[in-house]
Design a protein around this ligand. Structure first.
Ligand SMILES: NC(=O)c1ccc[n+]([C@@H]2O[C@H](COP(=O)([O-])OP(=O)(O)OC[C@H]3O[C@@H](n4cnc5c(N)ncnc54)[C@H](OP(=O)(O)O)[C@@H]3O)[C@@H](O)[C@H]2O)c1
Length: 266
């Protein structure tokens, strides 16, 4: 099989929200893209139309949608095999897919079922997906020339260090992603594979839809130094900076994209 001639990125959870914004920005800088989601068999037509505007008649060659639930081992394997079969290479893995608890429940009442679901999607999935993709990246590193510069980028959250007692399982999963960034950054440095983490603040997506009013009020009250909702594009832009090689002496680095939420203010 001939090697695909463009850089290839897989963004997990990219049917909407932050993942979709990342896909579109990466496509614009000439990446071939793999879109992933768990719940839909086919992407909506408007998604295809937007990609078609970027790729024109090369759409079929440059894009792949894989329905796969990253919490399931067989589905993670499917992501690997389908990527190998279509492109024969992977340059960037963005571990973005994530879920909030279906119901926000105080930790004194939270269910094991919700804990297992959130941890499986937000932490176990990315951990083992990174394992299989980084083993392949290591193989590619030895067989490809110096032009091959792979990256892994993990999307965590301000909840990696911020307590929200009504969704403890989400906080724990994001704290885990933060440690996962360190582990993979450490392990993969010898192979020249940098690992980054982007820690978003409050971003306007389907995930925050249910609590939109609550956050509107917080933002009105001066919640963050940069006082506005974050947008998916705010997260896509630093991904572009990373894959364009603008942080050449960094790995394991966390980039806070949160309007300054992480500052302690007095
Ligand atoms: N929005 C925020 O304020 C915010 C803040 C901090 C961090 N984050 C993090 O940013 C990431 C993206 O969030 P978002 O706001 O863009 O969320 P979103 O709009 O709810 O999108 C989530 C995406 O993940 C996919 N997904 C869910 N479960 C999956 C699974 N088991 N396997 C594969 N894909 C799955 C969904 O695909 P389908 O629906 O098609 O299955 C969807 O494409 C998440 O990790 C989230 O925790 C978000």
């Amino acid at each position: 099989m001939t090697m695909h001639e463009h850089r290839v990125v897989l963004v997990t959870g990219s049917t909407q929200g932050i993942g979709k914004a990342a896909i579109l920005e990466l496509a614009k800088i000439d990446f071939s893209v793999i879109v992933n989601g768990a719940s839909t068999q086919n992407l909506p037509q408007d998604y295809f139309n937007t990609l078609k505007e970027i790729y024109g008649n090369n759409l079929d060659e440059r894009f792949l949608y894989i329905q796969a639930d990253i919490s399931k081992k067989a589905d993670r394997q499917k992501l690997l095999e389908k990527t190998k079969n279509k492109f024969g290479r992977i340059d960037v893995l963005v571990n973005n897919a994530g879920v909030a608890p279906k119901v926000r429940q105080d930790i004194l009442k939270a269910s094991e079922e919700s804990y297992d679901r959130v941890l499986a999607v937000n932490l176990k999935g990315p951990f083992f997906l990174s394992q299989i993709f980084s083993n392949w990246m290591i193989e590619l590193k030895t067989s490809l020339n110096d032009e091959y510069s792979p990256y892994i980028i993990n999307i965590s959250s301000i909840n990696r260090y911020t307590s929200s007692t009504n969704r403890g399982e989400y906080c724990i999963s994001k704290a885990g992603i933060h440690m996962m960034t360190k582990l993979y950054a450490d392990r993969l440095a010898e192979y020249g594979i940098p690992v980054f983490e982007i820690s978003p603040g409050i971003i306007e997506t389907a995930m925050t839809e249910k609590v939109h009013l609550k956050y509107d009020k917080l933002i009105e009250g001066g919640f963050t130094p940069i006082n506005r909702w974050g947008k998916p594009l705010d997260i896509a832009k630093p991904i572009i900076a990373i894959v364009n090689g603008l942080l050449p002496f960094s790995t394991g680095t966390v980039i806070d994209i949160d309007g300054g939420f992480h500052l302690h203010r007095l």
